[in-house]
Design a protein around this ligand. Sequence first.
Ligand code: ADE
Ligand code: ZN
Ligand code: ZN
Length: 255
Amino acid sequence: MSPIRLILFCVLLQPAALFAWGRTGHRTVGAIAEDHLSRKARKAVHRILGNESMAIAATWMDDIKSDHAYDGMRDWHWVTIPDGSTYAQAEKNPKGDAVEAIGRMAAALKSDTLTHDRQVFCLKVLIHLVGDLHQPLHVGRGDDKGGNDFQVRWFKKGSNLHKVWDSEMIDGSQLSYTELAACTDHATAQQIKQWTRGTAVDWAQEATTLRTAIYPPAPGADLGYEYQYLHWTLVQQQLLKGGIRLAGMLNAIFG
Ligand code: ADE
Ligand code: ZN
Ligand code: ZN
């Protein structure tokens, strides 16, 4: 590839590759969470976000990625836990990661000493990152940037495994976030109880067990209808768990 084409290639592909669950995925998690808030938490969330729904607030952390003032938050979207390792054993990113940022935002929102602007910031970050942590490839193995470096073909076009999970499958469903939330938001009382028990550390650990089965046998695999069909249940399950767990956190924070 010529230097000019290489530069063009990097400029054009890099921002897309770094996006988290696409907009529809994040909004779905926000919409499901909003549907499971207690009365007290709903009031607090509405006081903080004003007229903005949780679904719309969910993508703010991606909207600001082009603003260099926020460069310090770039690594908060993901976490690395190598296969066979635990979060506690894994080498920590000094710039932060999704697990520690979720803990930090939750503690700050609980503290009662934040300015309104800071509450808005912490809530928007929390809504986004609980979503990210439920995209199984946002918990990376440490060898391929959470699948960003694992090239695949998606319906014959060049893509990568991370992007397939962030957005290709969800966009391929051709559902709006309200439609996707409506057909996904069916958790039993027992599931809600079970899913809301753990912490962000547990959710990240859970992702390490889920991601193994989503890797094709080799890079370059041709993915399409069959892959989407095989994995759609997991996509929906992760969006649902993300929404239910986010609501559980907010109910505990503001309850
Ligand atoms: N960069 C490095 N690891 C990553 C991951 N798991 N998700 C997104 N971006 C990453
Ligand atoms: Zn993100
Ligand atoms: Zn992503």
